[in-house]
Design a binder for this molecule. Sequence first.
Ligand code: MSP
Length: 639
Amino acid sequence: MGERCWYVTTPIYYPSADLHIGHAYTTVAADALSRYHRLRGQDVLFVTGTDEHGQKIERSAAERGVSASLFVDGIVGRIRDELWPTLGISHDRFIRTTDPNHVRVVQAIFERLKDQGDIYFGTYEGWYCLPDESFWPDSKVRDATCPECGRPVERVQQPSYFFRLSRYQDRLRQHLVDHPDFVQPSSRLNEMVNFVEQGLEDLSVSRAGVGWGIGVPGDPAHTIYVWFDALISYLTAAGYLTAPQEFQAAWPPDVQLMGKEIVRFHAVTWPILLMALDLPLPARVFGHGWLLIGDTKIGKSLGNVIDPIQLVQKYGVDPVRYFLLREVPFGADGTYTEEALVRRTNVDLANDLGNLLHRTIAMVRRFNDGFVPPFRPGIAEPGLERVADEVRRDVAECLEAVELNRAVDAVGRLVRAANKFIEDRQPWALYREPGAREQLDNVLYSLLESLRVVSVLLSPFLLETPGRIRRQLGLRPEVATWDEAKWGQLPVGHHLEEGTPLFPRLEALGRQATASAAEPAAAPSPAAPATPSTITIEEFGRLDLRVARVEAAERVAGTDRLVKLTLSLGDSTRQVVSGIAQHYQAESLVGRSVVVVANLAPTKLRGIVSEGMVLAASEGGQLALVGPLDPIAPGARVK
Ligand code: MSP
């Protein structure tokens, strides 16, 4: 390991049951950050692992009639050897709190803190939340329920060792105030400052009667409190007390990621532990929001878990990673639905990105015999280069700020700009225009180069897609450095083969496939076969196609491509959101007759209900709405 290394952690997860999409959320985020920092040429230490001790695991094992160690071994094996490889997690170290090495480090720290008077012996009386493994004083508990998770707490009265948090209260408060970036997002920092200002009680750091834990040195009746043991895993994994040089290079962590419910442990107990050990504090701890189903957090004990392995088997690893990284602002809560995952994939990946690649390669083949044209600097073609430069800087800035969804969305901006560039520049028209050859070359080159840049910018987030784009551009699949995202590196003159679709269009498997109705672009999916397979007249008859007159049309604010249409079907009106704004001025549509699929399941686009889909034909980037050739009353059936 070199001079300084970029160190990121996830929480270490309880192996009390198989992990779910919520745990994958944190881990994929840490993975994307790690991949980015590696591309920047930094040494990276990315640590994840399992938190195996404590009463919760002890009970779960007992309920199944197996020893705790056998119980955790099975679950940990599935996490380490199946779940994380399935999601392409590139951690450098997987720490288990049952590793003998870790046990020694925890005991050594416990002894040192006891020797220096930071740990003392007393009696604990208060409450314990078993699912959260957290102590709560009487002052915080109402109706015997946990103030954090709302579940019942147990009364505990026992002799106990205490960690003198109170001694460090003022120092911690000062640190929080002096380092506003230490706890992020900033709303959580304020919560923590308030919490500390209310006064810190010393923390019980041992349990009597819990056998499954690390023994208190010299006192066999007690085991060390599971959170004390768990936080120290960040030190053990970096080589504390065992590999001084590695530790020197890695410490302190640059980013520690976790869900918001455990920020308190990381913003109070953890820094105080490090202060007591005279160690520098992490640069920041970041508490992201929860993935919810409806209004409820996805959680092992809530019985609403989603298995990431099954999702990857159904949809592929990149759609799952893309959804996790893109869907929810990192820091806020967000809702998980399978339909949303499908929609994200169809709209952003299959349609925007897949179509861009497909159309670009098709045009290079059609207008330049498949050869990558040269770029001619004398001829102005500044559009995409400027966007690509901006986007590259934005992605980097967002990743430095741990704003993952914004980083991914910034890449989408370049994709959308390139699609729009096709509409604006109309390569097919340049092809026909005498004397426009050089301009056409520049347009085609700019599109190919944008796709190459996109492949680099996507490589922290997605595993397979960047390589698949690059192969189609005739490049080696791997991206080696972030500098490859700079404009102008596409070699010219090589021949491109006919492309294959990047993403098949997905349907929410095993459910009513309403997601395809949500697809705002009217262009056919890149995966649609050129000649669809035959259908019967009965199958065709299931489509309720109607002539409709556009009564009103307005662009959906904040989008490039959506138009909200009010359609008259004779005896009824309905609202349809359509992805045609790049081809038609909204106002120019009023009064025109179109054909609408009237029995498509309603869906919501940008929060607006869409009750059908208008038909359009598209070819080579052009798009034309479909309507009756002769006047006919709205509502007429098309068959
Ligand atoms: N073992 C402790 C952490 C110790 S770290 C020193 C623990 N483990 S856990 O198995 O309960 O995992 C909690 C973490 O999983 C959360 O902090 C969060 O990172 C992730 N998530 C679990 N459910 C989640 C959601 N529904 N949504 C988002 N993240 C969630 O706490």
